[in-house]
Design a protein around this ligand. Structure first.
Ligand SMILES: *Cc1c(COP(=O)(O)O)cnc(C)c1O
Length: 459
């Protein structure tokens, strides 16, 4: 399998180059040159596989043998998870897919535990080292740090918006005492952090001096690794003989894009229901076809406080019939004017199975409280937004809706307590988090300051 850039002006590359480069040199994102399809018999044969084997089977068409012993790497990557994608019945045809039992308590561990190991293996084969650059609105950073810490082939620098992530999220990043881990608190928003990382990755000098790459969901491997849990959830409820729908809370559009990929591969997904907070770019785009940037509003769902969802570009590529030049035009107009529109006719197919809804903080809190009252389960506020979106959408009683549980409630204890009166305790492995010493560097949202820091620690 080869990969092409969504902006059509970069050479097609094989898997390992795509993994190590992250962003394409033309500013686009890599996507497979065609979506592989699995037929019903193949999908049925995946039932009951141990989770790492399911990941290997679902990833196989994207890898085509590009990684030695992928199955062994996957088995190792998921060994530290307390539970793997369990489903809980929420009643009323709703199910919760719990993706928060990995080392940092968010779904991002699924992709990053794998990606850290794949980086190390790919670099070892080339006898090379790399710098991993990440921007985080909270959960990517800790998951990436946990995946890259102490790996001899890697240095990792993570930018997070100063004061805009939860204490638990910050401490999960800043209390890791490994010499190859560097945290920067940027005086700005997540979009500033993401822009700075993209600027640095787009700089050929910096890229070649430091072999810089990305662990954000601009990296294709993040998406690929997330496809498998959509298969796991659907198979557990009877796929391929029965359709299911998914409700997904969205920030950078990575997680829900993996669901879209699963559907493209033939998994019978009836609907994708997308939930956002007040930073509702995606919900508005689906409704109006217009895409415009606003100021980021900080919310109780910080992992979704995003106005420029990177992975929407991968969707645009399909919307434009995989015409990279058209995507380049659209993204160029967006960069110039901060807004752009897609002709309504191009959205027709998508609207047949995708819908979006957005919720403010009080609606999110009400849903969290309702779930608690009805099921005695505490869910995190991001997960609550997905559930709220599912509840707000017309449902077919024959099609179960799987709500994606993106984080453990203990990552957002203040919001959970405010909504339910119950403070969720940190699970055992993080029980002493607030006693561990922290280390981070605070910098302005200025490219030169950040680049100087990066060169100093990783040069
Ligand atoms: C990252 C994150 C999201 C958003 O996922 P995207 O892939 O960026 O859309 C939602 N909830 C939680 C808890 C997250 O960490």
């Amino acid at each position: 399998m080869r990969y092409v850039s969504t902006r059509g002006a970069a050479p097609a590359l094989p898997f390992d180059d795509v993994m190590l480069s992250g962003l394409a040199p033309d500013g686009g994102l890599y996507v497979p040159e065609a979506w592989p399809e699995l037929d019903g018999a193949k999908i049925s044969s995946l039932r009951g596989l141990p989770y790492p084997d399911l990941v290997a089977a679902v990833s196989a068409p994207f890898l085509e043998g590009a990684v030695d012993d992928f199955s062994g790497i996957a088995a190792d990557a998921y060994a530290s998870f307390e539970r793997l994608a369990p489903l809980t019945d929420l009643g009323n045809g709703l199910w919760l897919l719990e993706l928060f039992w990995g080392p940092t308590l968010a779904f991002k561990d699924y992709a990053l535990q794998l990606l850290g190991r794949l980086f190390q293996a790919g670099l070892d084969a080339r006898r090379a080292r790399a710098l991993v650059l990440g921007a985080t609105s909270g959960d990517t950073g800790s998951a990436a740090i946990e995946a890259c810490r102490d790996r001899s082939a890697l240095d990792i620098v993570v930018l997070h918006p100063h004061g805009r992530v939860s204490d638990v999220q910050r401490r999960q990043m800043t209390t890791v005492p490994s010499a190859n881990v560097h945290n920067v608190a940027v005086r700005g928003t997540f979009d500033d952090c993401q822009r700075l990382v993209k600027l640095m990755l787009a700089d050929p000098d910096l890229r070649s001096d430091l072999a810089a790459t990305s662990v954000n969901s601009i990296n294709w491997v993040r998406i690929m690794a997330q496809v498998a849990y959509y298969f796991a959830g659907a198979l557990a409820l009877g796929a391929p003989d029965r359709e299911v729908s998914f409700a997904v809370p969205t920030g950078n559009f990575g997680n829900v894009f993996a669901a879209y990929v699963a559907r493209k591969m033939g998994l019978p997904i009836r609907r994708l229901v997308i939930g956002t907070n007040q930073n509702n770019v995606v919900a508005r785009f689906l409704e109006t076809g217009r895409f415009s940037i606003d100021t980021v509003v900080p919310t109780i769902t910080p992992a979704m406080d995003i106005q420029v969802p990177s992975n929407l570009e991968r969707l645009l590529f399909d919307i434009y019939g995989r015409d990279g030049e058209a995507v380049r035009r659209v993204m160029g107009e967006f960069a110039e004017h901060g807004r752009v529109g897609v002709e309504p006719s191009r959205l027709q197919e998508l609207r047949g199975f995708v819908s979006g809804a957005w919720f403010d903080e009080s609606a999110t809190g009400r849903t969290l409280a309702e779930v608690f009252a009805e099921t005695s389960m505490l869910v995190d506020p991001h997960t609550a937004i997905g559930i709220a979106a599912a509840l707000a959408t017309e449902r077919d009683p024959d099609v179960p809706v799987i709500c994606v549980g993106t984080a453990h409630p203990a990552k957002f204890p203040d919001a959970v307590e405010a909504a339910t009166g119950v403070r969720p305790p940190l699970p055992g492995r993080l029980a002493d988090l607030f006693e561990r010493p922290e280390a981070m560097t605070v910098l302005p949202p200025d490219r030169h300051a950040i680049e100087a820091f990066v060169r100093r620690v990783a040069g």
